[in-house]
Design a protein around this ligand. Sequence first.
Ligand code: ATP
Ligand code: MG
Length: 454
Amino acid sequence: MSTEIRRYVRSLGLDAYVVGGAVRDELLGIEHADEDFLVPGVDHAGLRAALEPHGAVEDMEVHGQLVGVRFYPRDRAIRALAPAGIELTPPRKERSVGPGHRDFEIVADPTVSIADDMARRDFTVNAMARRLETGELVDPFGGLEHLERRELHTVGRDSFREDPLRILRGLRLLSQLSFTLTDETLGQMRAEAPGLRHVSAERIGGGLAADGMGELSKLLLGTQPAKALRLARDTGALVQFLPEYEAAIGYELRTERQPAPLDEHLFEVVQSTADAEDELSVRLAALLHDLGKPDADRSGEDHAQLGAVIAGRVLRRLRYPNALRQEVARLVGGHAFHLDGTIDGLFARRFLASHGIERARRLVAHKRADLAAKVVEPWEHEHLAVLERRLEEERDSPHRLAQLAVDGNDLIEVGYREGPALGEELARLLDIVIDDPVANDRATLLEEARRCLA
Ligand code: ATP
Ligand code: MG
């Protein structure tokens, strides 16, 4: 896909460069979904004018600043390859607008060179450009060498001070690409970590993208999230955007099942969800699931319920989409179920009645990761595997009101009146059917309902 789009952009005759993460990933030999292009020698209006003959052009704004355009080529085949459009920007540089390190804005300027545009970027490995016309690599800060050594270096000494979100971007690159941090970069992170407190929540969490894919999500979805989270903790970055972790760090559980402190347990569970390639909701649940423990230990309340409240609060603050936030809160609230006892069809149907098949699967995924991070006996893993199998066997057995062979109108016909009693009776009939799916038969249930009325 990348070569098609590059060839097309090249055919426009703009002497464009592919830049940033797309170049980094190309050199690493991995696909990069949203390639960015840089067009030299134009300002914003010039870029628009150059593209308009070839398709639709939309202004692209980030935080109220015009950063470039999103381009939808008229060429149908290309449009199908890039349904979200192709992002192109004029060269830009930082312009100081005040005395402080953060008092700058990024402005388009046709006289800015490619190398200067690279200078405003975060990491040397992200500060490379490839000229489509010639294939030449522009690499003013040694990004290629750093890439080969898998090292993360900032472009400038003040990089993290200028934009502390870059700390989190660095940690997520570490998680995604198994990079290492040099002592120098680590020192810069540690020094500037307090600044993360002032970064807007939607840049950290999920707000800007409908799918919830901010930097924290990308970190969790990488292959090495535990390593990145430990560094986030050790540099002081973690508690800046997740102060809920303060009580968890070093909190000793002191049980045989959980010899490690709470934060370590949470990181290990996150790592297990990554190893299992679980989806984002499960990874977020892993990150947050036991944060209710310190409070619960003091108050005697249920740690999962406290955790669900904390998870909801965290994800609301970080501007995650509502549906994802609610799902994660429910996963956290439901994560502490027990597996002792018999895991039979009835257990599975009750589980389905409480959670539905989708969430039930996620709860199983979470539990598997949770058990992997605890010292448990083999039977717990075995019981979980049984539950997983039974859930699939039972997933079409009736466990929701909509699946009941009778509905409210049927009950009214046999003499019920609209109101709470009718709802209770439907719930009772559903319980009967969950206990015994064969009972989900119109005649049987109507007779049952009549009997109860009498
Ligand atoms: P991915 O697309 O996989 O999330 P990416 O590195 O391409 O990773 P983007 O957010 O797409 O990240 O940003 C594209 C490029 O813009 C980066 O590679 C980097 O050069 C630059 N960039 C993005 N955010 C910043 C920032 N906060 N400070 C400096 N440069 C940035
Ligand atoms: Mg990108």
